[in-house]
Design a protein around this ligand. Structure first.
Ligand code: GAL
Length: 416
C-alpha cells in the first residue's frame, strides 16, 4: 500500500474542500431575449433551477428585442470575443446549426440526450432539426406556432365580419373594414414581424410543399408563384398601419386588445402575452385562427438552449439544460409562454384552451419550419432578408424583391 503523509492528506482534503465549495456556490449565466413582458416563463424555469441548485447564483442576462434581433448581435460579439455565456437561447434548426455549429463553437449534446432519455422524450422530427454532422446541438424547451391570426371577438362581431380563410378573402375583408372606417384592419410591427407576415402569406399561397421546395432549392424565388405571392403580400401590407416600423410585437398585439385593428399575424407568444401579461381569457378576451390559407399546416419554431465551447461554468450549464429538458421544466415554462412543450409527455391539464388546440394541431397538421424564426434558413439569409422586406415595403417591386431573395438563397447555400 502506498503511504500518504499526513501533510499530503491534509493538502488533498483542503483542495477538495475548495473545489466542492466552489461548485456548491457556483455561478451560471444564461443569455436570451426574454426580458420584460417576455420574462415570466423563463423566470419560472430559473425558479425551478434555483430550487434544485440553491447555492448557484444565476445571472439571467437578457438583451430585449422581439425575435432576438438585438440579442443575436450581442451574442455574436461575445462568441467571437471568446466570452460566451454559459448557455444561450437559439432557435432550433438552421439559426444555430448554420451559424455556431458549422463554426465549431458548440458542444455536442448527444451523450446528455442519451443519459436524460431525451432520445425518446422529443418527437423524432424535432430531434432531426437540432441534429447535424452526427451531433445534437441544443435542448428544445418548447414548440411555438408562427401561423396564427389573432383578433378581438367582440370587435369582429361589432364590425360584422368573420375570419377570412384565404389571403384573397382577407383582402376583401380588409376593404369591407376600411369602408366601415377601420383605417388599419391589419396591425403590423417592426421589420421582423413583417418577415413573419411574409412567411405566412407565402405558405398560405404556395402551400406547405411549395414552402419546403422554396427552402430546399427546388423552387426558385423568381418562380411566377413566388413573385405572385409577393404581390399578394403587398396588398396585405396595404391593409396595415403606417407606423409599423416603430411598433414592437407587444404594441401591435395591444391594438387588437383595444380594437384599433382587426387582425394580427403573430406567433403564439402572443397567447402568452394575452394571458400572462394582459390576463385575458382565451376565446373571449382574444380569439385566434390559423393564418389564411394555412388551416392544415403548423408552421413551427422551437426555442432551444445550447452549450458553447469554453463555457466558464460548464457543470452548472449542463444542469440548466437538464432542468429545461425535463417534464417539470417544460410544464412550468410553456403554460406561461403560450407555446407547447417540446416533450411528448407534457401534462396538458396545465395548459389553457389556446395551447390545447395548438397541441392537437401539432399532432394532426402538416409541419413546416419557420424562416423568420430560424428553423429553415441560416442567420445570414434571415438578417439580409430584412433589407429586402424594407425595400419591398417602399417599392412594391415584386420581381425585384424575388430576384434579390433568390441571390441571397444561392449565397446562403440552399438556393440553386
Ligand atoms: C421568437 C421566439 C419566441 C418569442 C418571439 C418574440 O423568435 O422564438 O419565443 O420570444 O420571438 O420575441
Amino acid at each position: 500500500m502506498r503511504k500518504v503523509s499526513l501533510k499530503n492528506a491534509l493538502l488533498v482534503a483542503a483542495a477538495l474542500a475548495v473545489t466542492t465549495s466552489a461548485s456548491a456556490a457556483g455561478k451560471l449565466e444564461i443569455f436570451s431575449w426574454w426580458s420584460g413582458d417576455e420574462g415570466p416563463a423563463l423566470e419560472a424555469l430559473v425558479k425551478l433551477y434555483k430550487q434544485k441548485y440553491p447555492a448557484v447564483a444565476v445571472d439571467n442576462a437578457t438583451v430585449s428585442g422581439g425575435a432576438g434581433t438585438n440579442a443575436k448581435a450581442v451574442l455574436k460579439t461575445r462568441m467571437l470575443g471568446g466570452t460566451p455565456p454559459d448557455s444561450f437561447q437559439a432557435h432550433a434548426g438552421q439559426e444555430l446549426i448554420g451559424t455556431w455549429v458549422v463554426a465549431n463553437r458548440m458542444e455536442d449534446l448527444s451523450a446528455l440526450f442519451k443519459s436524460e432519455g431525451w432520445d425518446k422524450a422529443f418527437p423524432k422530427d424535432l430531434t432531426a432539426l437540432i441534429s447535424s454532422k452526427g451531433g445534437i446541438w441544443s435542448v428544445p424547451v418548447n414548440v411555438h406556432r408562427s401561423n396564427v391570426m389573432w383578433y378581438n371577438p367582440a370587435k369582429l362581431k361589432q364590425w360584422g365580419v368573420t375570419v377570412p380563410k384565404t389571403w384573397p378573402e382577407f383582402i376583401t375583408t380588409c376593404a369591407t373594414l376600411k369602408a366601415k372606417g377601420v383605417a388599419a384592419p391589419l396591425v403590423m410591427g417592426e421589420n421582423w414581424t413583417q418577415q413573419h407576415l411574409w412567411e405566412n402569406v407565402m405558405i398560405g399561397t404556395l402551400g406547405a410543399q411549395g414552402w419546403q421546395d422554396l427552402f430546399s432549392g427546388k423552387i426558385k424565388f423568381t418562380d411566377a408563384r413566388v413573385v405572385g405571392a409577393f404581390t399578394t403580400f403587398g396588398k396585405v401590407m396595404d391593409c396595415a398601419n403606417k407606423d409599423a416600423s416603430g411598433l414592437s410585437w407587444q404594441q401591435a398585439s395591444d391594438r387588437i386588445v383595444d380594437g384599433t385593428s382587426a387582425f394580427n399575424i403573430m406567433g403564439d407568444w402572443a397567447a402568452g402575452y394575452f394571458t400572462t401579461t394582459k390576463k385575458l381569457a382565451p376565446g373571449t378576451g382574444f380569439g385566434w385562427a390559423t393564418a389564411p390559407g394555412t388551416s392544415k399546416v403548423f408552421v413551427m419554431l422551437a426555442d432551444s438552449f445550447g452549450l458553447p465551447k469554453g463555457a466558464k461554468n460548464r457543470a452548472e450549464a449542463v444542469n440548466w439544460l437538464k432542468v429545461l429538458g425535463s417534464k417539470a421544466g417544460q410544464d412550468a415554462f410553456n403554460p406561461l409562454k403560450g407555446s407547447i412543450a417540446a416533450r411528448i409527455d407534457s401534462d396538458l391539464s396545465k395548459y389553457n384552451t389556446y395551447s390545447r388546440s395548438a397541441a392537437t394541431d401539432w399532432k394532426n397538421s402538416k409541419i413546416v419550419g419557420s424562416m423568420a424564426h430560424g428553423a429553415v434558413a441560416p442567420e445570414s439569409f434571415m438578417s439580409a432578408f430584412g433589407a429586402i422586406i424594407d425595400q419591398y415595403a417602399a417599392s412594391r417591386n415584386s420581381a425585384g424583391a424575388a430576384a434579390a431573395a433568390q441571390q441571397l438563397a444561392v449565397r446562403a447555400g440552399f438556393g440553386k
